[in-house]
Design a protein around this ligand. Structure first.
Ligand code: SF4
Ligand SMILES: [Zn+2]
Ligand SMILES: [Zn+2]
Length: 304
């Protein structure tokens, strides 16, 4: 088998389009796809300060690397990396070391905050105290702190490393939990324009798969040598991911079809649920769709 475009030895086979690409053609394909997503969905404007939620994992490292080149080309766009240390011993401390080194070598400003500093406990300590699903509390705290840290650093828009696999899993998880309202907050660009308290999120890797990102990260030496989060295996997401991967290996257009049909219905979903979005927590003042935000509810349980 040879590269579809130049006949060189391929590094990847793309099952959905049934083509193989060599290293050079794959890098070009990948970067073009990100640029197209940024352009079509108007993810940011020249002159914006773009924050990148950096965990040190491959998705966020690839996002940072690509947005850095885009910002350099645009000259006026500024980038700042934001990292949250959840306090997962033997895992996050290691990925953050990798992230810090990359930012230092590339002169990228990096702001780090932690659950310990902001909430008084690491995730490891919280999970010893509360019988709770790790990813439920961790996901809520992480989103909350990213938003706060983005506000503190006057960031206009916050990029995350979410990819096509993550998004298809979330769409299905919301369906399985009968939580369509949560799906109205998905898509390549989320949040409400001109809401000063909620920094909008963008997903430049939205149309790229886990496999493509892994290959890109490997070629560009952006892949961390560390394993998955130790809490990930027990998550509902892990089960949905395995089921979807199995289905996609038999029917290679499954994930793409989920994303594209979802994007067709997304404007209607956003319209239906837009009123729910504009609200602020009566305890901490941060954005929420309820009277009290989920972070404050968890903090009450932790402090009991
Ligand atoms: S896998 Fe779950 S517990 Fe681990 S960092 Fe992600 S959200 Fe947090
Ligand atoms: Zn080629
Ligand atoms: Zn709150």
């Amino acid at each position: 088998m040879t590269c579809r475009k130049c006949r060189e030895t391929p590094v990847i086979h793309l099952p959905n389009s049934n083509i193989s690409l060599c290293k050079k053609c794959f890098l070009r394909y990948f970067e073009k796809k990100v640029r197209k997503t940024v352009r079509i969905y108007k993810l940011f404007n020249k002159g914006d300060t773009v924050g990148i939620a950096l965990s040190g994992g491959k998705d966020s490292m690839v996002t940072l690397n690509i947005l850095k080149s885009l910002a350099e080309q645009q000259r006026t766009t500024k980038i700042i990396a934001i990292a949250i240390d959840e306090g997962i011993k033997g895992y996050r401390d290691e990925t953050l070391k990798f992230a810090k080194k990359f930012c230092e070598e590339n002169q990228i400003p990096l702001k780090i905050t932690s659950y310990k500093k902001e909430f008084g406990m690491t995730l490891d300590q919280i999970l010893k105290k509360l019988e709770i699903k790790p990813c439920s509390v961790c996901g809520v705290f992480r989103r909350y702190l990213l938003n706060k840290e983005a506000q503190r650093n006057k960031i206009d828009i916050l990029a995350t490393g979410h990819n096509l696999d993550d998004e298809t899993q979330t769409i299905l998880m919301n369906q399985f939990r009968n939580n369509v309202a949560a799906s109205s907050r998905l898509g390549p660009l989320t949040g409400i324009k001109d809401d000063k308290k909620f920094i909008r999120r963008i997903k430049p890797l939205y149309f790229l798969t886990e496999k493509e990102i892994m290959t890109y990260a490997f070629i560009k030496e952006l892949a961390t040598p560390f394993n998955e989060c130790p809490y990930a295996e027990n998550s509902f997401r892990g089960k949905v991911r395995d089921a979807l991967n199995k289905l996609n290996s038999e029917y290679p257009s499954t994930k793409n079809s989920i994303i594209h049909s979802f994007l067709e219905t997304l404007p209607l979903l956003k319209e239906s649920y837009k009123k729910q979005d504009i609200s602020y927590c009566n305890t901490c003042g941060e954005p929420t769709s309820k009277e009290k935000c989920q972070t404050c509810k968890y903090l009450e349980l932790i402090k009991k």
